[in-house]
Write a protein that binds this ligand. Structure first.
Ligand SMILES: N[C@@H](CCC(=O)N[C@@H](CS)C(=O)NCC(=O)O)C(=O)O
Length: 198
């Protein structure tokens, strides 16, 4: 059985969404984390090395970091077809966009948030003004990141864009708006919101 280490309204909420999409049996273990304002504390029950969420334990096998968790779960529940398996078409694209999420997109958003210039040729990521057109190009062929089929990569990207769509982090884009609508209108997303408190 999968245990999701979770803090409501955080990056772990989207893994309730993914687990609901997968139809996987799971339980939620709500933990505390450190907060931006200095409050909160690492919960000793949380197996993430920095006490962050999400993390999962699959009967003692711990997985942390969002792309790794997404990949682990879609490989474990192949019948849900939420991510191409090794040898299937689209596997390379799936791995690439999952890795891009934490390797490029999140740092790009963080650089913008912190008003930091991204040093070309040194940083492993690019500015958000360069990253978003690449994502939009990929989605334009869509409707999903990998084409016609919704995958766990869309859980990560769709929920992130839903969070930032009203902020200055994202320039207005009808492609992103349509994408967000499709992702958050899924019944599993509503079920995840209902279970967010644990
Ligand atoms: N790279 C991690 C980021 C996880 C993360 O930073 N989660 C936040 C909640 S949204 C957290 O646990 N913050 C508490 C802390 O930084 O100690 C992932 O994508 O899974």
């Amino acid at each position: 059985m999968i245990t999701l280490f979770h803090r409501p309204q955080s990056r772990s909420t989207r893994f309730i969404f993914l687990l609901e999409e997968l139809g996987a049996p799971y339980r939620i273990h709500v933990v505390t984390t450190r907060n931006r304002d200095g409050s909160g504390a690492v919960d000793p029950a949380n197996p993430h090395p920095h006490g962050k969420v999400p993390a999962i334990s699959d009967d003692g096998n711990v997985v942390f970091e969002s792309p790794a968790i997404a990949l682990y779960l879609t490989d474990k529940y192949p019948q849900a077809a939420l991510g191409p398996l090794p040898g299937e078409p689209g596997r390379g694209a799936y791995l690439s966009w999952l890795s891009y999420y934490t390797g490029v997109l999140e740092p790009a958003f963080m650089s913008k948030f912190m008003n930091t210039e991204v040093p070309r040729g040194t940083a492993g990521w690019v500015a958000v003004e360069e990253a978003m057109p690449a994502v939009i190009r990929q989605l334009s062929a869509g409707p999903y990141l990998l084409g016609e089929h919704f995958t766990a990569a869309d859980v990560l990207y769709g929920t992130t864009f839903a969070m930032f769509s009203q902020s200055l982090m994202l320039s207005p884009s009808p492609v992103i708006d349509d994408y967000v609508k499709q992702v958050i209108s899924r019944p599993a997303h509503a079920r995840a919101q209902a279970r967010d408190k644990g």
